[in-house]
Design a protein around this ligand. Structure first.
Ligand code: ATP
Ligand code: MG
Ligand code: MG
Ligand code: MG
Length: 567
């Protein structure tokens, strides 16, 4: 029979899916190992991956779910350039603030660009000349596109790549009420996406971080290997560990600590604010370390800044973070990043990007002094730093008082109410009903498409390989003839595959000239939800074996009942 008689059936003999017996030596997490071994991805360089045909099929499944949910919740798809002019980022004030994650390039005419890490600037610029009236609002535009972030530590393959796929959406609303409505719609869309993709997840309160704004939640796929730490309560409350309501704050304690700082003029919180000369900011961190002359410093740096980058050298030459032992020697508590009860002689330095911020609060938690931060436009209040603090396992739940439990998660999506941060900075306004010009209220909503693929594998695998959730599997069912040469077994398998395909299933036929053991191992590794095994003995009785990959359960099924059994 012509091997391609039924073109809808995928054939293992055709598919470019080179499976591997061994884990790649640099694969550092189970999804990295299994996706490589199953012939779905290949590493090109740190944080850069090729998607092979089966891997790309999964990506397309995820994209389609995302697309359908966006389209049915008010989104409209666009596609923006990946390369973005520096000028846009200079206007929003983020060209300098974004830091080393942004890869900057220069064209032949000496113009500066970056490889898009996110698209708030481009989209705000786009609509600012075209959405003119309140009558045009709200609008919610999204794209599915490659992003580039020069992550300090690309690792865990698709979980933290440098080039990765994201769905990013941006909404433009006339007022807070309308923004709240769009946000709730997106929240519903995200719940549907996660459910359809078969993820186990929690929605957690999160820290606005680099993007800015005031209300945000993350969708966390639960996994022991996740980089994010969460606390949650059975009453429904859940938070990223770096946010959430926290303990009564020893404000004066932090101020006392600073009185011991020997930087000229910095003895109080107000003086620290003056020293930093600040206006608004996301959370910042404090790090303790030594300069090359042995002097002890505390660095105030943006939330995403890591001290072991050479950047720290710009602030304090030769800066090396203090070890726990060093800290003990100078009287700082173990694990503390900042100046708790600072000994004499400790100096303060702040990253350039934190200057220009007016109002600062200095926060401390139980362990000591972890954060400085700022409130946006509002009055400077001591309790403002409630949301800058860390919550811990065992803390009382702010909603019901029960002790919080800890879990780890992979951030697969995040939704934000940005407010007017970008529209104000970029002067993007519309004419409201009363004739006045107002900045848009904005929201932004991201999903890590490629990260989600890996998160699904982290959650769903066993000793034999991947167990794809049905919603995103590269195909639903694999028909495996236990015979290689053309005979009645291959013929029956071919026929069955054609029938299942005609019935609407995505079908793979393992038509390779391989031993049964090789076929079983590869198909378990790849992880189709269902396998249909066609053998001589069964055929003689008019049956085949249907195996559920997730449970391992095998049932013998009559040939005319296979369709119902693979569902
Ligand atoms: P993280 O906290 O893990 O660094 P993020 O908060 O910086 O992620 P966002 O700016 O919220 O990420 O981007 C939207 C989504 O893009 C994230 O929720 C995540 O799923 C995905 N994403 C972000 N960074 C990466 C990356 N380096 N590799 C793969 N996916 C990523
Ligand atoms: Mg990040
Ligand atoms: Mg994050
Ligand atoms: Mg995020």
């Amino acid at each position: 029979m012509n091997k391609h008689i039924n073109r809808a059936v995928l054939r293992m003999s055709d598919i470019y899916a080179p499976t591997l017996k061994e884990d790649p030596s640099d694969a550092d997490i189970v999804s990295a190992k299994l996706l490589a071994r199953a012939g779905m991805i290949r590493k090109e360089a740190a944080g850069l991956y090729t998607f092979l045909p089966l891997g790309l099929r999964v990506i397309h499944k995820i994209e389609n779910i995302v697309r359908e949910e966006m389209d049915t919740h008010g989104g409209q798809e666009v596609l923006m350039p990946f390369v973005q002019p520096a000028e846009l980022w200079q206007r929003s004030g983020r060209w300098n603030a974004y830091g080393a994650e942004m890869l900057r390039v220069i064209d032949r005419h000496d113009n500066e660009f970056c490889l898009g890490p996110t698209h708030e600037e481009v989209i705000t610029d786009l609509v600012s000349n075209e959405l003119r009236s309140y009558k045009d609002l709200p609008k919610n535009l999204y794209q599915i596109q490659v992003k580039f972030r020069d992550e300090r530590r690309p690792r865990f393959a698709l979980l933290r790549g440098r080039e990765f796929m994201m769905k990013d959406a941006y909404s433009f609303n006339a007022d807070q009420e309308s923004l709240d409505e769009t946000y709730d719609l997106m929240r519903d869309a995200y719940i549907n996406m996660c459910d359809r993709m078969g993820l186990k997840y929690r929605i957690v309160q999160a820290d606005p971080g680099q993007i800015g704004g005031n209300a945000t939640e993350e969708f966390m796929a639960l996994a022991e290997t996740g980089e994010a730490e969460l606390v949650y309560c059975d009453c429904g409350y859940a938070a990223d560990i770096e946010v959430g309501e926290c303990h009564p704050q020893p404000t004066q304690y932090a101020a006392d600590a600073l009185t011991k700082v020997e930087t000229p003029g910095v003895h109080t919180i107000a003086e620290l604010a003056a020293f930093l000369n600040c206006e608004e900011s996301a959370t910042a961190k404090a790090f303790s370390g030594k300069g090359e002359d042995g002097s002890v410093w505390v660095l105030f740096v943006p939330g995403d800044y890591e001290v072991n980058e050479c950047k720290a050298d710009r602030l304090v030459p030769g800066f090396t973070p203090l070890t726990d032992d060093d800290m003990a020697k100078i009287g700082l508590p173990k694990g503390s990043m900042g100046p708790v009860g600072l000994p004499e002689g400790v100096k303060v330095a702040a990253d350039e990007s934190l200057r220009g911020i007016e109002r600062w609060v200095v926060g401390a938690n139980e362990d000591g002094f972890h954060y400085v931060g700022a409130k946006h436009g509002e009055d400077f209040q001591v309790d403002a730093w409630e949301d800058l603090c860390t919550v811990h396992e065992g803390d009382a739940c702010p909603h019901c008082g029960l002790p919080l439990k800890a879990a780890r998660g992979i951030e697969v999506g995040q939704i934000f109410k940005l407010g007017d941060k970008y529209s104000k900075a970029m002067n993007a306004t519309f004419m409201d009903e009363d004739g006045s010009e107002k900045p848009f209220m904005m929201g932004c909503y991201g999903v890590g498409v490629s990260r989600t693929m890996a998160a699904a594998v982290e959650q769903s695998h066993d000793d034999f390989g991947i167990v794809w959730p049905a919603g995103i599997a590269p195909a639903h069912v694999c028909v495996i003839p236990l015979s290689a040469k053309p005979d009645e077994v291959t013929e029956a398998a071919e026929k069955l595959a054609g029938e299942l395909s005609a019935a609407g299933y995505e079908v793979v036929l393992d038509d390779r000239n391989e031993r049964a053991g090789v076929k079983f191992a590869d198909n378990d590794l790849i992880g189709w939800p269902v396998q249909v095994v066609v053998g001589k003995r069964g055929l003689a009785e008019g049956t085949v074996e249907v195996k559920n990959r997730a449970t391992g359960e095998k049932v013998s099924v009559a040939l005319d009942a296979v369709e119902a059994a693979v569902d």
